[in-house]
Design a protein around this ligand. Structure first.
Ligand code: SAH
Ligand code: SF4
Ligand code: F3S
Length: 459
């Protein structure tokens, strides 16, 4: 009987992306996917180590699998991703039912490992940092498997990170920065476009330094080349590091028609003292200068950010500076996290740890402020026309409840600035307006909410 596998993915898009290729490799090993862990012969957990919560999630999922393994001793339990890379021994020690531990660069060896584990029935650990070109090829040549490709896809352009921000585990679990060859990236995107994808988000921990080490093309050159792919409508990228954001890259926002008017530029803190302790290697003034450069190249650009509250040594005064920066920049939206100690990082050794309760209070204050700012930004779009890339029918529509007026259908998509817009369109006009997933339509914005906008396509 054919064997079945189940994958559970925790963490960022890098992991989602890896899981899609692991999926393809598993199929190559004669397994087929099942949506139910209880039906699986192999369960693969792809883990994230960025904050303690993510790590706990992994251990609690693994904990729940123990009983399943008791009932079915032939079940193979595999753990991959960033926790596996960092904590293989701990996983093996704490989780006696785990058979396989694979680091973030072992996936190219997966077929051999799967065969070995089924044959030899013993625990295997592979967290080697090395990857031969053939192993890399084995992994990257896999066509990512996803039931429905959808309109928008992530494309990895680089892996790893060399920045060593004091709080961050990524350089330890993903290794040194390496860029993919531009030809490979372009051909992956062309292929996606042929399958109906209309928007790509280029992924890397620090995309500004794309190609620098390898001396291949620069990031702005790569963007220009992607911009010329026919039938691709939109390009996004994430993440940029403020220290490396060049004027040239800022100016591409005014230059390339497919590049979305949105940048995610994590600031982490508004206090120079904390930025220094974080090893971010820029100051508040530099950050503001980069925002200025972006806005002068492209006045309507939406800016979002990441913030960490309660970094070791953060005083009330430092936190006020962060709030002040948020007000000054007027971000469109942001992600904020309570600082979480990560083993092996420099920040874990720092004194001045901030109590949980204070971190929680600061997070709450910060979100309170941002909620108001986001709403203001969203309200500013009421009464304008926005070009929307259509994702598909809205959630409400899918649930069959639809709009209050049965003559209308509700669809959803995003603006160039990455804001979600739900819009109504007369059912009998759907065809005339050529509305379908992947279409670009002009929507009149009527209402603003905290996390979305709503509008209509005038008849
Ligand atoms: N490479 C990207 C993002 C990496 S992780 C960048 O440089 O911006 C995504 C976000 O998680 C970070 O921007 C940071 O805000 C947060 N983060 C990372 N490590 C953390 C930690 N130890 N505690 C709390 N938040 C953390
Ligand atoms: Fe982590 Fe800093 Fe690298 Fe981002 S740039 S992945 S925060 S070390
Ligand atoms: Fe991503 Fe988490 Fe690893 S954020 S790189 S899966 S630690």
């Amino acid at each position: 009987m054919e064997k079945r596998f189940y994958i559970n993915t925790i963490g960022c898009q890098m992991n989602v992306h890896d899981s899609e290729r692991i999926h393809a490799l598993m199929q190559g090993c004669g397994y087929r996917p099942t949506p139910f862990p209880e039906d699986a012969d192999l369960i693969f957990l792809n883990t994230c180590a960025i904050r303690e919560k993510a790590e706990q999630k992994a251990y609690s999922f693994l904990g729940r699998l123990a009983a399943m393994k008791d009932q079915n001793p032939n079940l193979i339990i595999a753990v991959g991703g960033c926790v596996a890379q960092q904590d293989a021994d701990r996983i093996l020690e704490r989780m006696a039912h785990v058979d396989l531990v694979l680091g973030t660069r072992a996936y190219g060896r997966l077929p051999g490992i799967i065969e070995k584990v089924s044959r030899e029935k013993r625990r295997i650990v592979d967290v080697d940092a090395g990857e031969t070109p053939e192993e890399k090829e084995t992994f990257f040549s896999q066509e990512p498997v996803k039931a429905d490709l959808g309109v928008s896809r992530f494309v990895t352009i680089m892996q790893g990170c060399d920045n060593f921000c004091a709080y961050c585990v990524v350089p330890f679990v993903r290794g040194r920065e390496r860029s993919r060859n531009p030809e490979e990236i372009l051909s992956e995107i062309r292929d996606l476009v042929e399958k109906g994808v209309r928007e790509v988000t280029l992924l890397g921990q620090n995309v500004n330094s794309y190609g620098k080490k390898e001396g291949i093309c620069s990031f702005s050159e790569l963007l220009a080349r992607i911009n010329s792919i026919d039938n691709l409508y939109r390009i996004r990228f994430t993440t940029s590091h403020p220290k490396d954001l060049s004027d040239d890259l800022a100016e591409t926002f005014g230059r390339l028609d497919k590049l979305c008017r949105h940048i995610h530029l994590p600031v982490q803190s508004g206090s120079d003292r904390i930025l220094k302790r974080m090893n971010r290697r820029y100051t508040r003034v530099h950050y503001m200068d980069r925002i200025q450069a972006l806005r002068s190249a492209c006045p309507e650009i939406a800016v979002t950010t990441d913030i960490i509250v309660g970094f070791p040594g953060e005083t009330e005064g430092d936190f006020q500076e962060t709030l002040d920066l948020i007000e000054t920049v007027q971000f469109d939206s942001l992600f904020a996290f309570k600082y979480s100690d990560r083993k092996g990082t420099r920040a874990a050794e720092l004194t001045g740890k901030v109590p949980e309760k204070i971190k929680a209070q600061r997070l709450k204050t910060l979100f309170g402020l941002q909620r108001v700012l986001t709403l203001e930004k969203n309200r500013a779009l009421v009464g304008t026309f926005q070009e929307i890339l259509v994702d598909g029918p809205s959630k409400k529509e899918k649930k069959q409840s639809g709009t209050t007026d049965p003559g209308f259908a509700q669809w959803t998509g995003r603006t160039s600035g990455n804001k979600i817009v739900n819009f109504n369109v007369k059912k009998d006009a759907l065809f005339n307006h050529r509305i379908h997933s992947g279409a670009q339509v002009r929507v009149y914005v009527q209402q603003a909410f905290a996390n979305s906008l709503s509008g209509e396509i005038p008849a």
